[in-house]
Design a protein around this ligand. Structure first.
Ligand code: PCP
Length: 402
């Protein structure tokens, strides 16, 4: 094979190199059949959300814009980090975006476009649902080890804008402009010969600004190791991490309460408790009132199920047309500023007040590319994350749940 790692280069992605063969054949046929000028409006919608979720967080538009930039197309799309629903108040699919132009100019990009949106939106959505249930906790993305390293930056970016506080991968942290966040592996403790020697060595050699979080499940019971860590590092101990193996996990909520009790009893009230290993939304919900201060989440986040977006023609040469199962015609997409209900209307229809609460409706699609030119307005990840958190605050106040 012509490459060490089985990944597409940025150049190969940019030129549509990963596309499905039938798009190449279709463009060739249309050209030879004199249909090269066919102008289409294509609509991006999702058929639903995984895990029974009722709302999602759109992600991947940053890369989608970079993919299509320079092509003679117009892209109207919801901003990165928008909380969306797959269906509106009337049960109409909610378009998250439109690509318009000559079909042959962009058809081969359907494959990478949907791939960029589907996976990132799946991860950002899962991250946001974790944040929804772990509102005041620290959430760290530990999932770099669970997926192909080529997409580590995308996974961690999606987790971060979905509401996570930090990421453990050094490259992802560099791209996000932040310090990587992590603790210590069991290997350090095993090779140093004891927990205490490992914790002291960590404290001796790791730069000052890095929190001293002792891993406390290597050889002995978490309660025993937590007390030992506190007595070993004293005031310099910031936290303890339980990464309890499944064979010992039992009632992890009670184990966490025991650790909290024993630390507090000995005056270590400021030592935080973190949990990692098999953390997912169900566990976070179950631990709702347990005294856990933060989670390190790996597999459930990196492996979050995709949101399966589709791209469908809804207008051909400005005439409405669509395949069965899709509604023809370009539409306007509105969201209520108060209750976040969606309303989808044929373009040109007047929008009134929110059909659910009477609030003011806000237009959700913005022009990101106009005839190939990228429009200004791409936000930094930090800004996107803050906007996601503001929207999450709103839907929490509305009691949306998952
Ligand atoms: C894992 C490692 C990851 C955690 C668990 C994510 O522990 O600490 O950060 O787990 P998850 O994918 O199930 O959410 P180990 O595999 O024991 O690795 P290490 O000893 O290096 O911490």
């Amino acid at each position: 094979m012509d490459r060490k790692f089985l990944v597409a280069s940025q150049e190969e992605i940019k030129r549509g190199g990963t596309t499905d063969i039938y798009f190449i054949r279709t463009v060739d046929i249309l050209r030879k059949e004199g249909r090269a000028e066919a102008h289409v409006d294509m609509e991006i919608t999702s058929g639903g959300l995984p895990y029974g979720f009722t709302w999602g967080v759109l992600a991947g538009t940053y890369e989608a814009i970079n993919l299509l930039e320079g092509l003679p197309v117009t892209l109207r799309i919801m901003p990165e980090g928008t909380i969306f629903k797959p269906y509106d108040y009337n049960g109409v699919r909610v378009p998250i975006g439109y690509v318009s132009g000559r079909y042959i100019d962009f058809s081969i990009y359907e494959t990478p476009l949907l791939g960029l949106l589907s996976q990132a939106t799946g991860v950002a959505t899962y991250a946001a649902h974790l944040r929804y249930h772990a509102w005041d906790k620290t959430l760290l993305a530990f999932g770099a080890r669970r997926m192909h390293p080529a997409i580590t930056p995308m996974l961690d970016y999606a987790a971060y804008i979905g509401g996570f506080d930090g990421v453990s991968s050094i490259l992802s942290a560099k791209i996000l402009g932040m310090r990587p966040m992590g603790t210590m592996p069991h290997a350090l403790i095993i090779i140093m010969g004891s927990q205490e020697e490992a914790w002291k060595a960590f404290d001796r050699h790791v730069e000052r600004g890095v929190p001293r979080i002792a891993l406390i499940d290597t050889f002995a019971d978490e309660k025993t190791e937590a007390i030992k860590a506190a007595e070993t590092l004293g005031e310099r101990l910031n936290g303890v991490r339980l990464d309890t193996p499944g064979s010992r996990r039992g009632d992890i909520a009670t184990i966490i309460r025991e650790v909290r009790w024993e630390l507090d009893l000995r005056g270590y009230r400021d030592v935080k408790i973190f949990l990692s290993g098999g953390v997912d939304i169900e566990l976070v919900k179950r631990l709702g009132d347990a005294p856990v201060d933060g989670y390190g989440v790996g597999a459930s986040l990196s492996n979050a199920r995709i949101v399966d977006f589709a791209l469908d023609i809804v207008q051909l040469n400005n005439k409405p047309i669509a395949k069965r199962g899709k509604f023809s015609g370009v539409k306007e997409v509105y969201r209520c500023r108060e209750c976040y209900e969606y309303l989808v209307l044929p373009r040109g229809n007047e929008v009134g007040r929110c059909p659910r609460c009477g609030g003011e409706m806000e237009e959700m699609l913005v022009t990101a590319i106009e005839k190939g030119e990228k429009r200004p307005g791409i936000e930094e990840p930090k800004m996107v994350r803050e906007r996601v958190l503001r929207q999450l605050e709103r839907i929490k106040s509305l009691g949306w749940g998952d």
